[in-house]
Design a protein around this ligand. Structure first.
Ligand SMILES: Cc1cc2nc3c(=O)[nH]c(=O)nc-3n(C[C@H](O)[C@H](O)[C@H](O)COP(=O)(O)OP(=O)(O)OC[C@H]3O[C@@H](n4cnc5c(N)ncnc54)[C@H](O)[C@@H]3O)c2cc1C
Length: 409
């Protein structure tokens, strides 16, 4: 099936599309075809602590890396391909069409990489960006603390001078997803306690192998958890790891959050029609309706409504991608995050309504793997409106920055 935008794109983009299609058909490992819906968090997360990586995943990484296609829009000097966002979209369309995973994903590619491109110095870019492109280094995010989640400017991780060339970090981060599998962490730390909250924060990069850094897993009731607490005890970090200016980390932090929110939003966007196909398949299975119209009018209506909302969201994502070509994500990333995460919850709620009691399983022979993974995905969708800044906080940002409403005292 051809992509909807294919007909309206320029001759140059059409040529690029044909080139990418041929390249993937020729070079992508056949075993990976059809294995992925291809979102920005769906693929190889890389890193030195990654458990054994299948050979076909590494081969896919290698053939794309050789052409700079693991980070298509990044400059060639840092391991990318120097392509436009329009080209990158074509590339991802084609991956999605073949069901190929992205060759390298994760917080490096989605968050710290774009932030370093904007705020990092040349040395930092050369040290980190090619390693991210190659999936050699996995990053985690050290923002949240026990008393600094929504009120992020309240971070307290102490960062004090230790000789002329180093800082010493002491304190704790929390909800650090996958810290136990990561090689580096990007942190917000307090460098000036006397200044107004936002003015005394510094953005600093820390190698997780530095003495005194201890990630500890947080177990969840489900038994599975990405979460860690990360403790810093007299951790010596070179001053050269500060990104941007000392005490001006809030600006860097906000830019990174823009990337995080827009990536969460994008990861929820889907192929036109795929939600409808998925929900209809579920309905046929659970409502015992192998063919013809679905028997329940209310459920039919629900499937149609969610499918239309998803199609409209996909078009909005395309428009945002065009706007993004002119600069990094702005406040629209907050809008995208709310709309996408709530939409995802509606998608899974519709599926759960169709599954009925089969959607309530946690384990046991009465449920097949498909039912169980759907239930888990539905539960996971609850966290999407919290991570990266909760919906309430996004609404505050929109009220202030987009609508210009006064702050509630
Ligand atoms: C799946 C997942 C992964 C995460 N991964 C990471 C990670 O890798 N690294 C990291 O640093 N953090 C991570 N987080 C933490 C996440 O960023 C925080 O949970 C989030 O910012 C909310 O902060 P909090 O948990 O402290 O909640 P709180 O700030 O305590 O908020 C509690 C409730 O009060 C509401 N609230 C708070 N302030 C306001 C306000 N001013 N106006 C209106 N309502 C308000 C919130 O919306 C929420 O409903 C992750 C969270 C989740 C769920």
């Amino acid at each position: 099936m051809s992509q909807p935008s294919e007909h309206s794109e320029s001759a140059e983009l059409r040529e690029f599309r044909a080139e990418m299609r041929a390249f993937m058909r020729e070079e992508a490992p056949k075993s990976l075809l059809g294995t992925s819906p291809c979102g920005p968090f769906d693929g190889y997360w890389g890193g030195k602590l990654h458990p054994e990586v299948p050979a076909d995943v590494l081969r896919w990484r290698d053939v794309t890396l050789a052409r700079g296609l693991t980070a298509p829009t990044w400059p060639k000097a840092y391991g990318g391909a120097g392509l436009t966002f329009a080209h990158a979209k074509v590339l991802y369309d084609e991956m999605r069409e073949l069901g190929l995973p992205r060759p390298v994903v994760g917080f490096g590619f989605a968050m710290i990489g774009p932030t370093l491109l904007q705020f990092g110095n040349e040395e930092q870019k050369l040290q980190h960006l090619p390693a991210i492109c190659a999936g050699e280094i996995r990053w985690c995010q050290g923002y949240s603390e026990p008393n600094a989640g929504s009120d992020l400017a309240n971070v307290q991780l102490a960062c004090e001078p230790d000789g002329p060339d180093h800082y010493m970090l002491n304190g704790q981060k929390v909800w650090t997803s996958h810290a136990d599998r990561s090689d580096w962490i990007f942190c917000l730390a307090r460098t000036d306690r006397a200044a107004k909250k936002q003015k005394g924060i510094t953005f600093i990069l820390v190698d997780m192998r530095t003495e005194g850094v201890t990630p500890r897993k947080i177990e969840l009731i489900s038994g599975a958890s990405p979460f860690c607490e990360t403790f810093f005890e007299n951790v010596r970090v070179p001053r050269s790891n500060v990104v941007g200016e000392v005490n001006a980390g809030w600006t860097v932090a906000k830019a990174l959050l823009g990337h995080e929110r827009s990536m969460i939003g994008q990861s929820i966007g889907r192929d036109p029609g795929s939600t409808q196909r998925e929900l209809v398949k579920l309905a046929r299975k659970h409502l015992d309706a192998p063919e013809g119209p679905l028997p329940d009018a209310l459920q039919r209506d629900r499937v149609a409504a969610v499918s239309m909302e998803e199609a409209a969201f996909q078009l909005t994502l395309d428009r945002l991608a065009q706007a993004r070509a002119a600069g990094g994500p702005g406040t629209e990333s907050s809008i995208m995050k709310i709309v996408a995460t709530e939409l995802k919850q509606r998608r899974f709620e519709a599926g759960m309504a169709l599954a009925g009691a089969q959607g309530l399983g946690w384990e046991g022979d009465a449920f097949d793997d498909e039912d169980l993974s759907y239930t888990r995905e539905w539960l996971r969708s609850r966290a999407n409106t919290i991570e990266g800044g909760s919906s309430e906080v996004q609404l505050n940002i929109i009220a202030k920055a987009v609508l210009g409403l006064p702050e509630v005292k």
